[in-house]
Design a protein around this ligand. Structure first.
Ligand SMILES: O=C(O)C1=C[C@@H](OP(=O)(O)O)[C@@H](O)[C@H](O)C1
Ligand SMILES: C=C(OP(=O)(O)O)C(=O)O
Length: 432
């Protein structure tokens, strides 16, 4: 399905933030790794969270769900010896479960998105797992990947942090279950470091002890631990909400997004500060962000690694700012659902934006007068590209058509419903 985004000068209304993707994947996983029954309140419902639901059940967890909660009885240290797992297009789910699959004897992760997750590299995790004696068969570091685990016992592991934090998180979920203590040393610069804070927070809630150095570069993990069965509540999602807030920032708006904790460990909560720095009128009180946009924004400079999944929405806002914005330290955007620098900027340029790329930077020469639009956008299987181009479409002179916009469901299936509820002129149409 495609979406047509028509120029929309005004947005108004209240929405509740979707549930956090990153906390949902983590809570479902730690619930599956516990032996008893855990409850996860308000889990996200999206393709990625469904991938985790599907895989933990394939590995032996039971899951009963109603409108507000998932009740999960875990498999503890003994996942079922499943032959195949399908994680869809979910990078974090794949990497976390590559770690856990080391406890099985022979699991193949199939390649169902050859043009998206199928292109993403997992070499650094493969190298780390092999230090634990796990045999990994792979296609040049990519899917399909077969893990022949069995009996990793722990020990010293070095893992690169240069491409993704998910490799480190995968090891942090696995190593507490091993017989011996482990020491994990991170090599190079650790990207998306803030997300590791979310992993540690969830592990602690699940009763797991990890001794982390202050800079998150060395971790001592006692072995023979057990995940406790607990009750968890998933908070609102900043990366998805960032797109709504950026849409409100580029229009005349009166938009409220509820359930966004000001003390969240999600780095993407920086969207609020970034929009403030851009001089967008907004308040953030009692977990409610209220944007009263007047369409005027100022350019900014921002270290995007602190808020990796909100950068595309910030860039979309910067397209309409006065002056030149620079988002730096964002090289690992190249290793996501698509190359979120080259591919994303190509689509922005089609719509009429004036953008430049460096290996690790996005530069935006703002066009407060708006962009031309009137083009077809290739979504590159990327939910965040789809959301970001929707923001741009609101302030284009001609409608833009986002092809295969259904991929928004990877993280935020109700995104266009929420945009419509706020008054955005968007419509679903069949693909040609
Ligand atoms: O650990 C996680 O759940 C995630 C980590 C980040 O990836 P990188 O560490 O690859 O930047 C983020 O982009 C992704 O959406 C989710
Ligand atoms: C990059 C993302 O997810 P993942 O790495 O889990 O596929 C994302 O949600 O933007």
């Amino acid at each position: 399905m495609d979406v047509i985004v028509n120029p929309t000068p005004k947005l108004q209304g209240n929405i509740g933030a979707l549930s956090s993707k990153n906390y949902t994947t983590r809570y479902l996983l730690v619930a599956a790794l516990a032996e008893g029954t855990s409850t996860v309140y308000f889990p996200a419902h999206s393709e990625d969270s469904d991938a985790m639901r599907r895989c933990i059940q394939d590995l032996g967890a039971t899951l009963i769900e109603d409108d507000e909660k998932a009740i999960i009885t875990g498999f503890g240290k003994h996942p079922k010896d499943v032959k195949e797992l399908n994680v869809g297009n979910a990078g974090a789910v794949l990497r976390f479960l590559m770690g856990i699959a080391s406890l099985c004897s022979d699991v193949t992760f199939v390649n169902t998105y050859p043009d998206s997750l199928g292109k993403r590299p997992h070499d650094d995790l493969i190298v780390a797992l092999s230090q634990l004696g796990v045999e990994v068969e792979h296609n040049d570091g990519r899917l399909p990947i077969t893990i022949r685990g069995g009996h990793p016992i722990g020990g010293k592991i070095k893992v690169s942090g240069e491409v993704s934090s998910q490799y480190l998180s995968a090891l942090l979920f696995l190593t507490p279950l091993l017989e011996e203590d482990s020491e994990i040393e991170v090599l190079g610069d650790l990207k998306s470091k803030v997300v590791v804070g979310q992993t540690l927070e969830v592990l602690e809630q699940a009763g797991i002890v990890i001794h982390a150095s202050e800079d998150y570069m060395v971790f001592r993990v006692p072995g023979r631990q057990s995940y406790e069965a607990k009750t968890y509540t998933v908070q609102g999602d900043y990366p998805g909400s960032a797109a709504i807030l950026a849409a409100a920032a580029v229009t005349q708006s009166d938009v409220i997004v509820e359930r966004l904790s000001a003390t969240s460990k999600q780095g993407e909560r920086a969207i609020v500060d970034v929009l403030k720095m851009m001089e967008v009128p907004l308040t953030h009180e009692n977990d409610i962000v209220h944007v009263q946009g007047n369409g005027t924004l100022k350019a900014i400079e921002f270290d995007g690694d602190a808020a990796t999944d909100a950068v595309l929405a910030m860039v979309a806002a910067a397209v309409f700012a006065e002056g030149t914005s620079r988002f730096y330290n964002v090289e690992n955007l190249r290793y996501k659902e698509c190359d979120r620098i080259t591919d994303y900027l190509a689509e922005l340029r089609k719509a009429g934006a004036n953008v430049e790329e460096r290996q690790a930077e996005i530069i935006v020469h703002g066009r407060p007068e708006g962009v031309e639009g009137g083009v077809e956008i290739n979504a590159h299987y990327d939910h965040r590209v789809i959301m970001a181009l929707s923001i741009v479409g609101l302030r284009s002179k001609q409608p833009i058509r986002i092809k295969d916009a259904h991929h928004v469901a990877k993280s935020y299936p109700q995104f266009f419903d929420h945009m419509k509820a706020l008054g955005a002129q968007v419509e679903w149409v069949d693909s040609l």
